[in-house]
Design a binder for this molecule. Structure first.
Ligand code: SIN
Length: 193
């Protein structure tokens, strides 16, 4: 599969004719909303878990030295906390470009913090995309993140901004917090050396 998912995503017509669409963000979309939205709410989706298993060639790394960013991996009964945005359909053009390095639109139910359940979209990079890196020990993931940067900035900022945003949401995410702790340890070792 090509790493550029724009064409595939634009063929998805599940929400055609809708004037407003909910989009669930679980990575940078939680803390970096560089698009207009009508409403934004903390939300949760079920049966997916957040993992730093996707390579980033275009935002937090390069083709030769990819960074690591999050994607969602199916896991029965898992709950993933994130942020839901209500947007007009034109915003999807921007998001398709932003998420083009392997992420496909999926339809999901999201549980909003006001108690409502909305059907909407989530961008997920599945294991068959060319930029997928897969599992690695969390200490190794932290080392790769510490060493990577790309057009959107340092990979370490992606991690620390995401961990801070998850804490603000009260999310329980041992994977992200463990990698953040490994990064802190690495930076301390760097300073001490
Ligand atoms: C998301 O935030 O929902 C997708 C992954 C990312 O852009 O970090």
């Amino acid at each position: 599969m090509s790493t550029n998912t724009i064409t595939t995503n634009q063929q998805m017509d599940h929400f055609s004719g809708h004037e407003r669409i909910w989009v669930f963000g679980y990575g940078s979309l939680i803390y970096k909303a560089d698009f207009p939205y009508i409403e934004r709410r903390p939300a949760r989706i079920r049966h997916w878990t957040r993992r730093f298993w996707q390579g980033s060639h275009d935002h937090r790394g390069t083709l030769d030295a990819p960074g690591r960013v999050v994607t969602l991996i199916p896991e029965p009964d898992a709950v993933c906390t994130g942020m839901a945005y209500l947007v007009i359909p034109q915003v999807l053009n921007h998001l398709d470009t932003r998420e083009k390095n392997g992420y496909l639109r999926f339809v999901t139910d999201m549980h909003l913090d006001d108690g409502n359940v909305a059907e909407g979209l989530v961008y997920i990079a599945t294991e068959d995309n060319a930029a997928f890196l897969g599992p690695a020990p969390e200490a190794d993931i932290a080392r790769q993140i510490a060493a990577s940067s790309g057009p959107s900035g340092a990979n370490r900022d992606y991690l620390t901004d995401l961990a801070a945003a998850l804490r603000r949401l009260g999310a329980n995410d041992p994977h992200v917090y463990a990698i953040e702790q490994h990064l802190r340890d690495l930076l301390q070792q760097e300073q001490a050396a």
